[in-house]
Write a protein that binds this ligand. Structure first.
Ligand code: KIV
Length: 295
């Protein structure tokens, strides 16, 4: 296996321009300047490095990795230790994007001090630059912010609330629930959240919340009016095995590409077409005669 490390210096592989690290305050500045924020999930070194080199602003080590990488039915089973393992791999790959780690289900739902201790692990042990928490966890957001850990909120369709919601359903579809979402977003912002992911909500609601906040919103299934957009890496590239949600746009069919490349490899092996002589090592000519002589 050949491994290419980052070249010396600090310019982008694709543009050659100097790299300016994306930070949480930089996201707010992007909102002020009306510059859309691009965000994507990433779960390992190669996905994160490719996304970073492609210029994505924010990389989320989402707990969706429980489903798309580890094959769980939902996100609930993943542990802090598993999330740390993947966050470290992403951190090693990234030079420019903001690296955000998702706090898994159960890691911030009890006493605030326990949530804080888990969040500290993401910063100290995995190099996360912010953590994300789902739901209206105002006290958690406040405590983490006071402990100098930037927090991204996540409202609307929050997958960790699967059982309470009774399935993955679009949220805030009535005037009352839309108002509640608006209030929750403002409460998180007041508690210090650096940005808020809005998932699975009507675009009109997301637009109104976005317009009323000074911190950015990052939408997924929340229409075009958010300050940024996020997609799951495997959805964008068609590396999943389920029909896509309405809001997913497939930018490439990498799943088909991989399957056909692997089929081609298998056929070559079965027909003794791989490896070729050029792909083989050779004994130096002067060694051949004596090395292969019977003792
Ligand atoms: O876990 C995840 O991938 C997420 C995004 C969908 C926002 O939370």
């Amino acid at each position: 296996m050949s491994v290419t490390n980052f070249p010396a210096g600090s310019s982008s592989a694709s543009t050659g321009l100097p790299i300016t690290k994306v930070t949480v305050p930089a996201l707010a500045e992007m909102k002020r300047q009306g510059k859309p924020i691009s965000a994507l999930t990433a779960y390992d070194y190669s996905s994160a490095r490719l996304a970073d080199e492609a210029g994505i602003d924010l990389l989320l080590v989402g707990d969706s990795l429980a489903m798309v990488v580890l094959g769980h039915e939902n996100t609930l089973a993943i542990t802090v230790d598993e999330m740390l393992h993947h966050t470290r791999a992403v951190r090693r790959a990234v030079r420019r994007a903001l690296v955000v780690a998702d706090m898994p289900f159960g890691s911030y739902h009890g006493p605030v001090g326990a949530g804080l201790a888990n969040a500290v692990r993401f910063v100290k042990e995995a190099g996360a630059e912010a953590v994300k928490v789902e739901g209206s966890r105002v006290e958690v957001v406040r405590a983490l912010t006071e402990a100098e850990i930037p927090v991204i909120g996540h409202l609307g369709l929050t997958p960790q609330s699967l059982h309470r919601m009774g399935g993955y359903r679009v949220q805030a579809r009535t005037a009352d629930t839309a108002r509640q979402l608006f209030d929750d977003a403002h409460a998180l912002a007041d508690a210090g959240a650096g940005a808020i992911v809005l998932e699975g909500v009507p675009r009109e609601v997301a637009e109104q919340i976005t317009a009323s906040l000074t911190i950015p919103t990052i939408g997924i299934g929340a229409g075009p009016g958010c300050d940024g957009q996020i997609l799951v890496y495997h959805d964008l590239l068609n590396l999943t095995f389920l029909p896509p949600a309405k809001f997913v746009r497939r930018y490439a069919d990498v799943g088909s590409l991989i399957r056909s490349a692997i089929e081609h490899y298998r056929e070559d092996v079965e027909h003794r077409m791989f490896p070729s002589d050029e792909e083989s090592y050779h004994l130096p000519a002067q060694e051949k005669a004596s090395a292969l002589k019977k003792a």
